[in-house]
Design a protein around this ligand. Structure first.
Ligand code: SF4
Ligand code: SF4
Length: 160
């Protein structure tokens, strides 16, 4: 069951959270045909969207692909991998690479699930990772992997 509340909290950021703006591969930018000036280089073949000031709250930064009136993503079918996999995140610590997430309350998708539902959901995410050859994507673009944050939960380690 899709219980995304379309709050788009994952597309809005506090002023000191620019570091967390979503990442796009060069190919993902080409697919949406976006102006390259909207991005800054983050790594090899990996770019980070430059956040813009919210038109609703000047203290908030938003992804420029967020329609603040409808709370929808303007490029939803072609949103980058980094957004597709949310609320999960590929992270690294030392030589370890793993899938993790912030605490469950961070996003309605995970917050509303019982432990059993969460485990089923997680299993479907593992299948999605396999079906979509995400390990190959990560190998090709290692800079898509985020540094581990302190308040994240490790869910599965990958040997990529
Ligand atoms: S994925 Fe989570 S945080 Fe993002 S819009 Fe949906 S409910 Fe909100
Ligand atoms: S690309 Fe879409 S889903 Fe991703 S942060 Fe921007 S508006 Fe949100």
């Amino acid at each position: 069951m899709n219980i995304c509340q379309k709050c788009r909290e994952c597309c809005k950021f506090k002023k000191d959270e620019e570091y967390f703006a979503p990442l796009f591969t060069k190919k993902e930018i080409e697919i949406i045909g976006a102006d390259k000036n909207l991005f800054k280089k983050k790594g090899k073949g990996v770019f980070q969207i430059k956040l813009v000031k919210s038109k609703i709250d000047e203290n908030i930064l938003v992804c420029p692909f967020l329609n603040e009136d409808t709370h929808l993503c303007k490029i939803y079918p072609n949103r980058p991998f980094d957004c597709k996999i949310w609320p999960f995140i590929f992270m690294k610590e030392g030589k370890s690479i793993f899938l993790g997430c912030f605490k469950k309350e961070f996003c309605e998708i995970t917050k509303q699930k019982s432990e059993e539902e969460f485990q089923k959901y997680l299993y479907s995410v593992f299948e999605w990772i396999e079906t979509n050859k995400i390990e190959e994507l990560i190998k090709k673009y290692p800079d898509l992997i985020w540094e581990k944050e302190n308040d994240t939960i490790i869910l599965k380690e990958f040997s990529i």
